[in-house]
Design a protein around this ligand. Structure first.
Ligand code: ADP
Ligand code: MG
Length: 458
């Protein structure tokens, strides 16, 4: 077995136990440098990958490698044996544009780089007040690294995850940290919605060229909620040119989305493959320890004390996203801060009743599930409950059935009723079908995750 064949086999093993995003991110650009005695030496593209592989994936690499080469006992990473970082750095881009260097670095009048108005950054969002847990550590590490080496670590960086899980916080923190470290950089944070509206405005006033010029002069572009691009062809087209120019110059682009690129409907292939070609990092729901740490941090920031049993009650029962947890805390604080008394657990229970996750789930109507499914597949919700057996309806219907079984207390016959009076055996078949598909269909799993975000907790 050559080193190459050996590594392919090892990667095959590793791939089985990691999410696709993690696997692609960390293992895509690796190869074996040598195997000698007990040592396995891997080539990795940069220091960031080295730290991550040695720290987080050492065990899994060892275990997988031993299946083919039992003697291996040590994993070492070597940086840059094969230079993979294709994007020129910001420094070199600046140098390349020799004569323009000064203009490039000096903020334009009225646009001091650190000025809120131009960068759109909100200083409230900082890495220091972001709690890192297993749900977001990959995204956090990637953003941190991007902030320390703009354009040099992973480009583009694509952060995705459901609502209220901290994407905006992370992106903004990244911009703020960059500005502190590199005050001369021209950084801009903008939501895709705002970008699209401003573009539209520019197009209508024949200022499209100026508009784009403003963007391609940036050193760092941070775009929040790119899922807004879905089905907006013209915006995609223009955005692609901005993106491509910055990317070719080695400028850092950071994007966020509520779903992975492949799940953004009608996203052009060239944009999708660009997004997927960089670093993708997902954020999922925080576990209870992380929620506890977040709640404590927020209380400390607001200088408000709550008894432990109350904080525990809240983090145990509000688990869908951080925004809701924060909402509950704010509600309690606002009510009791003025009165200057400590609330009792009972009072808090009463006042946050409508925010408790299980209460929301219990109240979940099949209609909400149908709406979310129809919305995702871009079909009319009436079609899901119709008699039609068109192919494009069958899968969404099966998914709606499956989700109803997972998220409501309805029996199979009741579910049948909810999807247009279908027989309970049809319902059971549909349910089992999805359950079966989920075993080996990652895309389906992503789709379900995304659809669930739409209705769970709202
Ligand atoms: P998203 O953009 O993913 O919808 P946000 O970044 O707006 O979510 O986060 C919602 C709220 O929760 C914000 O107030 C943010 O500060 C807070 N938040 C989310 N995740 C964390 C975290 N890990 N640590 C501290 N605060 C967090
Ligand atoms: Mg956001």
């Amino acid at each position: 077995m050559t080193n190459e064949e050996f590594w392919q086999a090892v990667l095959g093993e590793i791939e089985l136990s990691l999410s696709k995003a993690n696997f692609t991110t960390w293992f895509k650009n690796t190869s074996v440098f040598k195997i000698e005695g007990e040592d396995l030496v891997i080539n990795v593209p940069n220091i960031f990958a080295k730290e991550w592989l040695e720290r987080k994936y050492r065990k899994i690499i060892l275990e997988s490698a031993r299946k083919f080469y039992p003697k291996v006992n040590k994993v070492l990473c070597l940086i840059g044996e094969r230079e993979i970082d294709l994007s020129p750095s910001i420094d070199s881009a600046v140098k390349m544009k020799n004569g323009q260097k000064k203009r490039f670095l000096r903020p334009l009048p009225g646009q001091s780089a650190g000025e809120n108005g131009f960068s759109n950054l909100n200083f409230r969002y900082r890495f220091e007040n972001f709690i890192v847990g297993s749900n977001n550590e990959l995204a956090f590490a990637a953003c941190k690294s991007a902030s320390e080496n703009p354009g040099k670590s992973y480009n583009p960086l694509f952060v995705y995850g459901g609502v209220g899980l901290g994407k905006t916080h992370l992106l903004q923190s990244t911009g703020n940290a960059m500005l502190e470290k590199f005050p001369h950089l021209k950084i801009r944070y903008v939501s895709m919605e705002r970008f699209a509206n401003e573009l539209l405005d520019a197009l209508q006033n024949s200022r499209a060229r100026e508009f784009k010029n403003d963007y391609v002069k940036l050193d760092v572009l941070i775009i929040d909620d790119v899922q807004f691009l879905a089905k907006k062809e013209k915006t995609q087209e223009e955005f692609f040119h901005v993106f491509e120019t910055l990317y070719q110059l080695g400028k850092q682009v950071i994007l966020s989305s509520d779903r992975p690129p492949k799940s953004i409907p009608t996203l052009e292939d060239r944009l999708r493959s660009r997004f997927e070609g960089g670093m993708m990092a997902d954020i999922i729901k925080p576990d209870i320890e992380t929620r506890l740490a977040i709640a404590r941090k927020k209380l400390a920031e607001k200088r408000f004390r709550l008894d432990d049993d109350i904080v525990e009650y809240l983090v145990e029962n509000i688990y869908h996203n951080v925004r809701e947890l924060e909402g509950a805390l704010n509600k309690v604080i606002a009510t009791f801060q003025l009165k200057n008394v400590n609330p009792s657990l009972d009072e808090v229970k009463k006042m946050t009743n409508d925010l408790i996750s299980t209460n929301r789930e219990k109240a979940l109507e099949p209609k909400c599930i149908i709406d979310a499914v129809a919305d995702f597949f871009e079909i009319d919700k009436k079609e899901i409950t119709s008699r039609s057996r068109k192919r494009k309806l069958v899968k969404p219907r099966q998914i709606a059935i499956y989700l109803m079984r997972q998220h409501t207390k309805l029996s199979f016959p009741e579910i049948g009723e909810a999807v247009g009076g279908r027989d309970h055996s049809t319902v059971i078949y549909a349910h089992d079908r999805i359950e079966q598909d989920l075993l080996d269909n990652n895309l389906l799993r992503d789709h379900l995750k995304f659809i669930q975000e739409k209705f769970v907790g709202y």
